[in-house]
Design a binder for this molecule. Sequence first.
Ligand SMILES: *[C@@H]1O[C@H](CO)[C@@H](O)[C@H](O)[C@H]1NC(C)=O
Ligand SMILES: [Fe+2]
Length: 223
Amino acid sequence: MALRRIFQKTSITSGRALCAAVLRLKHTLPDLPYDYNALEPHISAEIMELHYSKHHATYVNNLNMAEEKLDAAKATNDASAIIALAPALKFNGGGHINHSIFWETLAPATGQCASGELLAAIERDFGSLDNMKAKLSGSSVAVQGSGWGWLGYNKEENRLQIAACANQDPLQATTGLIPLFGIDVWEHAYYLQYKNVRPDYVKAIYNVVNWDKVAERFTKAQQ
Ligand SMILES: *[C@@H]1O[C@H](CO)[C@@H](O)[C@H](O)[C@H]1NC(C)=O
Ligand SMILES: [Fe+2]
């Protein structure tokens, strides 16, 4: 997440340097790397359009708004206003990060499978790819209410792990796991198509995993 600031120095004729406006780069909705209908029949175009253009876009807008308020609170040194913004930053920042990972680790069904170093690590840490999927599915299905199931990388112990989060805490900050692949089990991710049958949605999503991308994220996480 880019929390970069650009400090612009503007020289004025007298030669005095003036430290001018602090510009914050706004977060933007990342491009969806495929069409809304590209994951059908596993995830419907209707879900994809709503999920991306409404839900994810709202996280992005609200994150930008919360950051603007944060700038204002900082400018006036208002500690209680700064603290009060924490939940909005966490919720919308978390939503933006999670969904950005989600879109890029999905892809039209090609029958591709985990391979290479990623597959070797999965087999080492879970016995087999099927065992890993079963464990990730089980954790995702078991999330009470809204949340995510994750395949993550524990860098300290150099192993892959499954985690499920029902609250709003970001995966990395609370579990130390670097997120590799996440399953969004908020109802907005499946209800229009799967109704209350979350297990069917979780089962179907394995048809549209972009394993190459997950492997790429694994390689980066190890660096
Ligand atoms: C983002 O993922 C974290 C970790 O799984 C989760 O706790 C949180 O609820 C998610 N946030 C949103 C808005 O989906
Ligand atoms: Fe979502």
